[in-house]
Design a protein. Structure first.
Length: 755
C-alpha cells in the first residue's frame, strides 16, 4: 500500500477544508490516479469528474467535458462577437453559445448543485475549451465569479499529451490566447490555482535512472545522461528470442502491424472473445478492442489494476497466454512461474444526477462494458502507454520526437535494467515545451502551502457559515412565486393557492432581518485576529435553534402543497414551479444542518470530511417528511383523485437505483442481502447475469455467501461428483464432459467454495 505523501495530504485538505482551486501535477508514477480516487471517496462536496476525451473520462470514472457542458465541437472565442468563418473552421462565441444552447434540466440541476469540479488529464485541455466551460457554468449558476463559484481541481502532467489545435484554428485563436494550454485560458490567468506537485516516485527506485528522467523532464539533459542511456542501445536485439519485451513506437499502424504479425506467426487456433455490453455504451469509448483475438503463446498485457485482494497484476503487467477455451483465459507470468485465470472487468458509462431527497450529486449507470482487461502486447504507441508501467521495453522512438515523448517513453519503465534502445538517442528535438517549463515555476513551497491552508481554511469556514444564513436569493424566489399568481386568471386552478403563497413568503421575509444581523455578528467574530471557535460554535448552535423550525416548516408546507397539486389535473407548470422552490428550500435546511456539524467538527479539531458532515437526520430528512405527509393524507382521507395512477401524474419516473461508491462486488452483495434475485440484481445494476455470477464467485471465496444459498441441492451433488479427484488448472475438460449438467458459472462458484 502506498503511503500518502505530504503534497497529497495537503491536496486532500485544500479540497475538503478550503474553497481554493488547485492544480495537482506530478511526474509519471507519483500516484495522481490513486489520490483522485481518495478525493472522490472522502470529500464532503458535491463532486463531478470530467476529462477531455471519452477514454480519459472512462478511466477517471467521470464524463466528457463536451457531454457535461453540452459544448459543440470547435473553437471558442471568449467574447460576444458573431464571427464568420470558413467551412473547415467553426468557432463559437458567448453570443452563439447563448443562442444555440440547449441543456437538459438534469444537467442544469447537476451544475447548480456542484461544489467541486475535477478535470482529469488537464494536459490535453485547450485554453479556449476551459473558458467555454467557465462561461457555461456562470450562465447556468447565474453567478459571475469563476466557474460560477465552484472549486476546481485540475489534475495532469503537462509534460505528457499536449492539447491539439489545428493550424487554421490557431491562426484565429492566437489573437485571444498566448498559448494553447489550460493555464493560458483567461479564467486561469485571472484566477490562478494553487500549484501542488507530487514528487515521491512510486514507480522507479534506481537513483541514476530517476536523475536522467528528471533532467529529461526539465530540459536539462546532459551529454552524460545521453551516454548513460546509449549504453542500452542494441539495434539487432531479437524480440522473438527475448520474450517479455514490449516495443514502444511512435506510430499506431506500426504497433498494430507488429501485433498482428506476431499473432499470425504463432501456430494454434485463433480464439475470438466479445464483450458483454448492457444499456447505453457508445463504441467510441470502448476501452479495449471489441473483438479480442488470441492464441496460446500470445504476449499480452493487462490494461487495469487487479481490484481483488490478491493483486495478481497491474496496469501494464505482461504475461503469456497459456490456455484458451470459450469461457476461460489462463495467463502465465514466466518471471514468477505463476498462472492465473483472467477475470472480466466492468467499465461503466455514467451520467450525473441530483438525488431528490438529499440534493447530493450521484452517478447513474447508463451502460456497462464487460470484457477481459488485456490486449496484445508485442508493441504499443508511446501515446497509449501513458499511465502504464513496464518491467521490460524496447524503444523504437528515436526518429520522431514530439516534446516530452522521450520522457513519456522512458518513464514507463521501472528501471534501466529492462531498457533496450533500438537506435541511439540524439539530443535534437527532445526538449519540452518552454511555456510548460515556465509555468512549472509557479509550484508552491511547503511553507506557502502551510500558511495558505491556515488562511484559506478560516475563509472557507467563515464563508460556509455566512452563506448558510444568507437567504436573500431564496426569499426572492418565494417573492417571484407569489407575484406569478397575479399573471394568472382568477379562475385558474393555480389562483386558488395565492393566499398560501403570500403567507409562506411572509414567513421567509420575516427571517431576513435576524439572519442579516446574525451574519454581521459572524463577520465581526471572524474579523478578529484570533477567532474564538468555541464562541462561534455557541452562536451557531443558538442560531440553529432559532432558525431551524420556521425554515423546516416551510419545507413541510411546500411538500404538502406538492402532494395536493399532484392530485389535480392540468397544473403541470404549477407543479414544476413548486418542485424548484422545494429544491431551494430543502437545500437551505440541509445546509443549516451541515453547518452545525461543520462547526462541531472544527471545534473538536477533527478533519472536515464526508463522514463528518452527514447524519441519518440529513440522509432521511425528505423521506421522513414525505412519509409523514402521505400518512396524514390517508388519515384525513384526502383523495381528490379519480384513480391511484393520477397521483403519479407529474412525478418523474423513478430512475434506476443509484450506485454508491463501493466495490462492484460489494454492491451486488448489498442487493443480495436485500433478498433480490440474481436476475433482479443484473437488471438493477445494468449488468449481465454472467457478470453477477462472477461477483458470487468472489463472495463465495471470501465466505460472505454460502454456496448452498445460491445453488440447489441436486446441482451441488452433480458438481461434487464432477470435482472428485479433479486436479487440472483449467475447468475446460470438466465442462466438455459435464457441461450438460451445470454451467461454467456454477462450476466456478463450486470451485471457489472448495478453496
Amino acid at each position: 500500500m502506498q503511503t500518502i505523501s505530504e503534497a497529497a495530504a495537503y491536496t486532500l485538505r485544500f479540497i475538503n477544508q478550503t474553497h481554493r482551486s488547485v492544480f495537482l501535477t506530478g511526474k509519471a508514477g507519483t500516484g495522481k490516479t490513486t489520490l483522485l480516487r481518495e478525493i472522490i471517496q472522502t470529500t464532503h462536496k458535491n463532486t463531478v469528474v470530467v476529462a477531455p476525451t471519452g477514454i480519459a473520462a472512462l478511466n477517471a470514472g467521470g464524463v466528457t467535458i463536451h457531454s457535461m457542458f453540452q459544448l459543440p465541437f470547435g473553437g471558442f472565442i471568449p467574447d460576444n462577437s458573431s464571427p464568420q468563418f470558413s467551412e473547415s473552421t467553426k468557432f463559437e462565441t458567448k453570443a452563439t453559445l447563448r443562442r444555440h444552447f440547449k441543456m437538459s434540466g438534469l444537467k442544469k440541476s447537476v451544475i447548480r448543485n456542484m461544489e467541486l469540479l475535477i478535470i482529469d488529464e488537464v494536459s490535453m485541455l485547450r485554453a479556449d475549451l476551459l473558458d467555454a466551460m467557465d462561461y457555461m457554468m456562470q450562465t447556468v449558476r447565474k453567478k459571475s465569479t469563476a466557474f460560477g463559484g465552484v472549486q476546481v481541481l485540475y489534475i495532469g502532467d503537462l509534460l505528457q499529451l499536449p492539447p491539439v489545435i489545428r493550424d487554421e484554428e490557431w491562426r484565429t485563436l492566437k489573437t485571444y490566447y498566448k498559448g494553447k494550454f489550460f493555464f493560458h485560458s483567461h479564467v486561469v490567468q485571472q484566477h490562478p490555482p494553487l500549484y501542488i506537485e507530487l514528487s515521491k516516485i512510486f514507480r522507479q527506485t534506481d537513483d541514476t535512472f530517476i536523475s536522467v528522467l528528471n533532467n529529461l523532464r526539465n530540459n536539462q539533459i546532459s551529454q552524460q545522461d545521453i551516454q548513460t542511456l546509449n549504453q542500452y542501445v542494441k539495434p539487432d536485439f531479437d524480440l522473438k528470442a527475448n520474450k517479455g519485451y514490449i516495443t514502444l513506437t511512435t506510430h499506431n499502424n506500426k504497433a498494430d502491424s507488429m501485433n498482428a504479425q506476431a499473432l499470425e506467426d504463432l501456430e494454434g487456433k485463433l480464439v475470438v472473445y466479445k464483450p458483454d455490453i448492457t444499456g447505453d455504451f457508445p463504441d467510441k469509448i470502448f476501452p479495449v478492442e471489441q473483438q479480442l483475438q488470441l492464441k496460446v503463446g500470445a504476449q499480452i498485457m493487462f490494461v487495469k489494476n487487479d481490484l481483488s485482494f490478491d493483486k495478481h497484476y497491474f496496469n501494464g503487467k505482461m504475461g503469456v497466454i497459456k490456455l484458451l477455451s470459450n469461457q476461460e483465459i489462463l495467463v502465465h507470468f514466466p518471471e514468477e512461474n505463476k498462472t492465473i485465470e483472467v477475470e472480466k472487468y466492468e467499465w461503466q458509462n455514467i451520467r450525473y444526477k441530483v438525488d431528490e431527497t438529499t440534493k447530493e450529486i450521484e452517478e447513474e449507470v447508463l451502460g456497462t462494458f464487460v470484457h477481459y482487461p488485456i490486449k496484445l502486447a508485442w508493441a504499443i504507441t508511446v501515446h497509449k502507454s501513458q499511465g502504464l508501467t513496464f518491467d521490460k521495453a524496447a524503444l523504437d522512438v528515436s526518429q520522431v520526437f514530439l516534446p516530452g515523448q522521450a520522457y513519456v517513453a522512458l518513464s514507463r519503465l521501472r528501471s534501466l535494467e529492462g531498457l533496450i534502445l533500438l537506435s541511439p538517442l540524439r539530443m535534437n528535438g527532445i526538449s519540452n515545451d518552454q511555456d510548460v517549463m515556465d509555468y512549472s515555476l509557479n509550484k508552491a513551497s511547503d511553507s506557502f502551502l502551510e500558511n495558505a491552508l491556515h488562511f484559506e481554511t478560516k475563509n472557507f469556514i467563515h464563508n460556509y457559515l455566512i452563506n448558510t444564513f444568507d437567504w436573500n436569493d431564496l426569499a426572492q424566489e418565494w417573492r417571484n412565486h407569489k407575484f406569478s399568481y397575479n399573471e394568472k386568471s382568477e379562475i385558474s386552478e393555480k389562483s386558488k393557492h395565492a393566499v398560501w403563497a403570500k403567507k409562506q413568503t411572509e414567513v421567509i421575509e420575516q427571517l431576513l432581518d435576524p439572519s442579516k444581523k446574525f451574519i454581521s455578528q459572524l463577520n465581526k467574530l471572524f474579523g478578529q485576529e484570533t477567532v474564538d471557535l468555541n464562541h462561534v460554535s455557541e452562536r451557531i448552535q443558538a442560531a440553529f435553534s432559532y432558525f431551524l423550525k420556521p425554515m423546516d416548516d416551510l419545507v413541510f408546507e411546500i411538500l404538502w402543497k406538492i402532494e395536493e397539486v399532484k392530485r389535480i389535473k392540468k397544473v403541470k407548470a404549477f407543479y414544476d414551479e413548486l418542485i424548484v422552490l422545494e429544491e431551494l428550500q430543502t437545500k437551505a435546511v440541509l445546509r443549516l444542518m451541515k453547518a452545525k456539524l461543520l462547526i462541531e467538527t472544527v471545534v473538536a479539531g477533527e478533519t472536515i470530511s464526508k463522514e463528518k458532515l452527514t447524519s441519518s437526520d440529513i440522509k432521511n430528512y425528505i423521506i421522513r417528511k414525505t412519509e409523514a405527509i402521505q400518512n396524514q393524507f390517508k388519515e384525513l382521507n384526502i383523495t381528490l383523485i379519480e384513480d391511484d395512477r393520477d397521483v403519479e401524474r407529474y412525478t418523474a419516473k423513478k430512475s434506476k437505483i443509484a450506485v454508491p461508491k463501493k466495490s462492484t462486488v460489494q454492491e451486488t452483495y448489498d442487493l443480495w442481502v436485500e433478498k433480490k434475485s440474481i436476475e433482479d440484481i443484473a437488471t438493477i445494476r445494468v449488468l449481465t447475469k454472467q457478470t453477477i455470477y462472477s461477483h458470487f464467485v468472489k463472495l463465495i471465496q471470501t465466505k460472505a455467501v454460502s454456496i448452498s444459498e445460491v445453488l440447489p441441492e441436486h446441482k451441488m451433488q452433480d458438481l461434487a461428483t464432477a470435482f472428485a479427484g479433479y486436479k487440472e488448472e483449467s475447468l475446460n475438460t470438466m465442462m466438455e464432459k459435464h457441461g450438460h449438467k451445470f454451467s461454467w458459472e456454477e462450476a466456478r462458484m463450486y470451485k471457489a467454495s472448495l478453496n
